[in-house]
Ligand binder design. Structure first.
Ligand SMILES: [Zn+2]
Length: 531
């Protein structure tokens, strides 16, 4: 066992809640338990469900104490606030109460284990009011073990109480669940975790910076035990540096986390389509020891937080400093929700690919590039500038890669070619054909197209095109018909290209034969149309 573990055990025991009122973030549960105890309606079986490290067994022990507490004077009744000093409370606190048995189902899965337990349940309590069986990880029991348990639950002896704890409710038979009073323990929210970890750090003689607490709370992900364990490691490391100030940088290094500021820079580059900058930041992140999967996860976290903020005005704790937060919120406001949703798809698909890839860094770069080239649809949000017209972000990378032809990836419409690709992808072949044959493109901006339609062709399809663009991009597009000449039709351009290829081929053959005959000659070819 490492030194850290030893210290953690001390810390965890030191700050383990001993009363219902000590339970952090579980007010509803505490209230409901209090009511049951006050009314004397104690269920035969409790079922505590929640993520790991959230306090299920701690709560189970508090309930065991509450049911068996006899008060300071030894004459007390059941109480929701066990005294903690009577011999019953002390025995339970020290794991040596004869009538309170704690079993880890993970290592006692068999039907024989269960029979032994049920056998023990037949005898009256020796020391306390109730014989209490706390079964942790109860979902690990075998099917036959559950069946044996069910018989006892159907006709439980009056002096027996079961307290089950589980992280996986789905693995417990319904017949068992229906015979329990079920309590769901909530994830502890970040502000509460931060407050509590801050308090513990202070009690231990340390001062943690707000950013450090924020990083810790994020990593604990709603679990008090994880939060305490991480704080404990952080305190040992801080102490090793002969300091009492717990810093975010130290915790990030401890967690192998990337620098948040750099991640914000990366996200910013991605949303602006700044390829060079994005790759530069990725390199810096790797030099700092970051790994590809966690960088991608962090970017996904950021995108998710942006969506949450835009749709619900909820600000997620991303462990950012004040300036980073300001930058992040600014980006959020300037980015359209449709862009974020598309980005999410690319990231999610990319993440699956990354997990299978033998070339982690290269794969990460490819995924981020895909995002760079897809995102140019980044428009200034209507709600921000107050107009209905959309303005194209100026830094669109123009390249053949602009259109991403992955099946699951949405094609960003940022020029006439990509519009055609999108139509093809959506099997709008009628519109596709009309745009190829019947129109001359005059101007294309994101959100605005100017066209000349060939004489004699009906312009009904313009309305259909508008509807398509609106459905596809979630934005209103303006399409203007003009008399300006514009470019050749696409079909004419394709024909020209083909003709040129043919001509080149002919020229090539002619040139070869001339050079063969006159090796020292200089040859220049002029296109007949222009000569
Ligand atoms: Zn007591």
């Amino acid at each position: 066992m490492s030194e850290n573990n030893t210290v953690y055990r001390v810390l965890a025991r030191k700050y383990r809640p001993q009363k219902l009122s000590d339970l952090k973030g579980q007010e509803l549960l505490a209230q409901s338990l209090r009511q049951s105890i006050a009314d004397g309606r104690i269920p035969h079986a409790f079922l505590f469900h929640g993520i790991r490290g959230i306090g299920k067994t701690t709560t189970a022990r508090i309930v065991a104490k509450a049911l068996n507490c006899i008060g300071e004077d030894g004459k007390g009744m059941m109480t929701s606030e066990p005294c903690g000093i009577c011999k019953s409370c002390v025995a339970i606190q020290n794991d040596r109460h004869l009538d309170v048995l704690e079993i880890d189902a993970a290592s006692h899965t068999s039907v024989d284990d269960m029979r032994e337990l049920i056998d023990a349940a037949r005898y009256k309590a020796v020391q306390g009011r109730y014989k209490i069986f706390i079964i942790d990880e109860v979902h690990m029991l075998s099917k036959s073990a559950f069946n044996a348990l069910l018989k006892t639950l159907e006709e439980p002896p009056a002096h027996v109480k079961f307290i089950f704890a589980t992280t996986e409710l789905k693995k417990i038979p319904d017949t068992i669940i229906s015979r329990c009073q079920r309590f769901d323990l909530k994830r502890i929210d970040q502000p509460m975790l931060i407050e509590y970890l801050d308090l513990i750090a202070q009690k231990e003689g340390f001062k943690a910076t707000p950013q450090a607490l924020s990083v810790l709370a994020r990593a604990a992900d709603g679990s008090m035990r994880d939060g305490l364990s991480l704080l404990d490691q952080a305190l040992s490391l801080t102490q090793a540096q002969k300091s009492t100030s717990v810093e975010a940088s130290l915790i990030r290094a401890m967690l192998g986390q990337a620098d948040r500021g750099l991640l914000v820079d990366l996200l910013s580059a991605l949303l602006k389509g700044e390829v060079k900058e994005a790759i530069h930041v990725v390199n810096t992140l790797f030099e700092g020891g970051a790994d590809a999967a966690s960088v991608l996860q962090d970017i996904m976290d950021f995108v998710y937080a942006m969506v949450t903020y835009k749709t619900q005005k909820i600000q997620t704790n991303l462990g950012l400093s004040e300036t980073e937060t300001a930058h992040f919120l600014d980006m959020t406001q300037k980015t359209q929700i449709s862009v974020l949703l598309q980005s999410w798809q690319v990231l999610l698909k990319g993440y699956e690919e990354l997990l299978k890839s033998p070339l982690q860094k290269q794969s990460l770069e490819m995924i981020l590039l895909r995002l760079c080239y897809m995102v140019p649809l980044t428009l200034i949000d209507n709600h921000v500038d107050g107009t209905t017209e959309t303005k194209a972000e100026k830094k669109n990378p123009k390249s053949d890669l602009t259109v991403v032809k992955t099946e699951e990836t949405v094609i960003a419409i940022n020029d006439f070619d990509s519009l055609l690709c999108a139509l093809e992808a959506k099997k709008e072949m009628m519109l596709h054909s009309q745009l190829r044959h019947d129109v001359h493109l005059v101007e294309f901006q994101i959100g605005f197209i100017q066209l000349r339609v060939i004489q004699g062709i009906k312009t009904d399809f313009i309305q259909a095109l508008k509807i398509f663009l609106h459905d596809y991009t979630a934005h209103e597009w303006r399409i203007e018909i003009t008399a300006e000449a514009g470019q050749k039709t696409l079909i004419a351009q394709e024909q020209d290209k083909q003709a040129k290829l043919n001509q080149d081929a002919i020229n090539q053959t002619v040139v070869q034969s001339i050079l063969k005959e006159f090796p020292d000659s200089k040859i220049s070819i002029q296109n007949r149309e222009h000569s």
